[in-house]
Ligand binder design. Structure first.
Ligand code: UT7
Length: 321
């Protein structure tokens, strides 16, 4: 059978790091409130010359180098973002042009904070059909550009960045490396709890993010626990078998609550929300790359990725490295 194996990862952050104290000088908030309610201590904010595509290109180049794969070997690029450089064409095509692999499949997926899970699962499916042999899966965002910087209930929560992985289709069996099981979900009836109040077809503006945080929190814990259990069941493994959970980084309390529901110790959960804040589709690959770089995640490990975001959308994916 064909398995999609993660060959390498890379990530990129904007140059400017903004602390909670700096934000407290702009809006009515405090370092104490932000740390206690979210676990966030700082975030990276893109400068004028930093874009979703520039961050994505840097992350993609690092992932290719880590995988020891040349850009011209890539047959598929899927980029997850809710903050594309332009309404069209897809930011993935800008990445493709910069990498010099014109001709391969390249498109964006839009599932907000679950975007990387949607992109990874789509890439896995396409690789297993034989549509491509090697794929770049990227999550990249500049959420700072769609925040209402006067709304303290949202502007303190998000940051910018990008992460990427290289997948390769290999012949193998379930005992070897590769993506084992994935599940994706969406519930469009929850639109009003987390959305952007603009867009080309409605206001002809980009719009700004609006969120009813407390209600999103409640749904996130329930939906994530459910989808994690679905993937464990499909894979036929128990939570205790997981070496690492790489979750979407929205709130340290959501990470705690989800781990507790699964009976997993926090030592197995990769946490970067303190450093990166919520970077939407970039957060899972950013966290994954951080844990690979610092040597925590190693070849052979069983890794669970999970995310939940606007739409609502949510999903999980289990892979052996
Ligand atoms: O990535 C997509 C998924 N997104 C999420 O998962 C986000 C989920 N939600 C959350 O992480 C949390 O709900 C928040 C961090 C957004 C908010 O935390 P909370 O504990 O749910 O607080 P709350 O919204 O219930 O607000 C509590 C109080 C309110 O004041 P009152 O009404 O009790 O007087 C808010 O006005 O905290 C106030 N508040 C703030 N105070 C200082 C809200 N934002 C701030 C702030 N600084 N930045």
């Amino acid at each position: 059978m064909i398995r999609s194996v993660i060959r390498g990862s890379g990530s990129a952050l904007p140059q400017r790091c903004v602390t909670n104290a700096e934000l407290a000088a702009q809006v009515d908030t405090s370092d104490e409130w932000i740390v206690e309610r979210t676990g966030i201590r700082q975030r990276y904010i893109a400068g004028e010359d930093e874009t979703t595509s520039s961050l994505a290109i840097e992350a993609a180049r690092k992932a290719l180098a880590a995988a020891a794969i040349e850009a011209n070997e890539i047959g598929l690029i899927i980029l997850a973002t809710a903050t594309p450089d332009n309404t069209f064409p897809a930011t993935a095509t800008k990445v493709q042009a910069a990498l010099g692999c014109a001709g391969c499949i390249a498109f964006d997926v839009q599932a907000v904070c679950s975007g990387f899970l949607y992109a990874l699962t789509t890439a896995d499916s396409l690789l297993r059909t034989g549509a491509a042999k090697k794929a770049l899966v990227i999550g990249a965002e500049t959420f700072s550009r769609i925040l209402d910087w006067e709304d303290r209930t949202t502007c303190v929560l998000f940051g910018d960045g990008a992460g990427a992985v290289v997948l390769e289709a290999v012949e193998g069996d379930e005992s070897g490396p590769g993506i084992i099981a994935s599940r994706l979900h969406a519930d469009g009836t929850q639109h009003d709890l987390l959305y952007v109040d603009g867009g080309p077809s409605t206001t002809q503006t980009v719009g700004q993010l609006r969120m009813k945080g407390r209600e999103v929190f409640r749904h996130a814990v329930v939906n994530l626990a459910d989808v994690l259990n679905e993937v464990l069941e499909e894979a036929g493994v128990s939570a205790a078998d997981i070496d690492w959970v790489v979750p979407h980084q929205a709130n340290a309390r959501i990470l705690d609550a989800t781990a507790r529901k699964l009976g997993l110790p926090m030592e197995k959960v990769v946490v970067t929300v303190d450093r990166h804040a919520n970077t939407s589709a970039a957060s899972v690959p950013l966290a994954f790359d951080a844990a690979v770089q610092d040597g925590r995640i190693k070849p052979g490990d069983l890794v669970m990725f999970e995310a939940m975001g606007g739409g609502f959308t949510w999903g999980a994916c289990l892979a052996r490295l």
